[in-house]
Ligand binder design. Sequence first.
Ligand code: SAM
Length: 472
Amino acid sequence: MYQPKSLHAEEFINHVEIMDTLEYAQKNKENVSILSEILAKAEQKKGLNHREAAVLLLCKDKSINQKIKQLAHQIKLDYYGNRIVIFAPLYLSNYCVNGCTYCPYHIKNKHITRKKLSQADIVREVTALQDMGHKRLAIEAGEDPVHNPIEYILECIDTIYHIHHKNGAIRRVNVNIAATTEEEYHMLKEAGIGTYILFQETYHKESYEKLHPIGPKHNYDYHTEAMDRAMAGGIDDVGLGVLFGLESYPYEFVGLLLHAEHLEAIHGIGPHTISVPRVKRADDIDPNNFDNSIPDEIFAKIIALIRIAIPYTGMIISTRENKAVREQALSLGISQISGGSRTSVGGYDISELEDENSEQFDVSDRRSLDEIIYWLIELGYVPSFCTACYRTGRTGDRFMAFCKSGQILNYCHPNALITLKEYLQDYAAPKTKKIGETLIQKELRQIPDAQKRLQTEEYLKKIANGARDFRF
Ligand code: SAM
């Protein structure tokens, strides 16, 4: 039976509820009065439930689809403004004991180069990332209790936080590692992580078990219930995601919303972020072997509908997607992007020969971080390297309340401008610096509170004179 408040995977991600929802959506996807009721609710910008969102997903009416895009764009502006948070992934180790059939790290792949960063390697990698201008990382690792135990992950986090090269610093480490125990989540919390990210891959249990034939990740319930253990372990911010292409997208979409509703029902806070990866080519992986790939247009609609259904959630798109797809996604709800990414273990330190064979997936957007920053500014966005919320304790329900009460323009906007200023001073190419400075002057006027505006101007001057790391 479907029970959003249950702690059992099969009750909160309930197959019958998903199938009923899809049947309801199929039946009503052309029902004008239901569609207009749902759109009227969406316009209130307070979100939609999984049934309502599913009807919009299946609706093929062109004018409604246009309306969905406009609404998503507006909601994104209302909740997140024109800021885009920047991060980079850091691959620690590709040793893995799982058999995920879509992932090149799977245990049966005997020709991939297996690597694990030593602490000295991490210093080199993070120094290279800091020299690009990064302040926020997402660390990634395969699951391997011998090569990558929790002690290794914790040691890496500690090393990362202690590296200060020139004016560089990594101020927030998000973690994307396999589902683990409440005790280990507590250790991650104590290590000062930002968001714990775990992609569900697929919400369809039967497919999940086939796609993960061996290894601890085979256990669907353990994987699906991970976020509840993470929150019980003290982690406030969790990031959901589906690997689109593995199962049919309407099923995954409803599963994802059920998961978000479950977190909200149990913990009073929904997902801090939602990622939208699609299966890509990689060593030993041909995406054509997965017959649920989704075209760009549907992908864009899914992003828009997640934004409408869960207005407050951060949304992440990685360099799995190319420039054109990312550009459209930004206007529909994405609030965080990676830039200058390498998905191989040891890929950032150019003194090491890049070994393409250890990449986790083909990167489609190969531009440098500076090119990404220039592109965002040209498009009218404010790239942000801000990490203030987490560092000032605005996490979990405190962040959500802050976001929902519209305080973002008085806090996030100034924080974005002062962290962008640091980037321009320390790392930007001359032409990026030029348009960035003009943008900062223009965007200062968007800070509603006069006191905060004056304080921001003060911080900007201090940064120009060499001081660093201010925040609201
Ligand atoms: N090993 C951890 C786990 O099992 O959750 C960490 C995750 S892995 C380093 C990061 C994510 O990359 C996976 O959760 C999966 O969704 C995604 N991924 C794996 N193979 C991929 C591929 N061929 N194309 C795109 N994304 C892929």
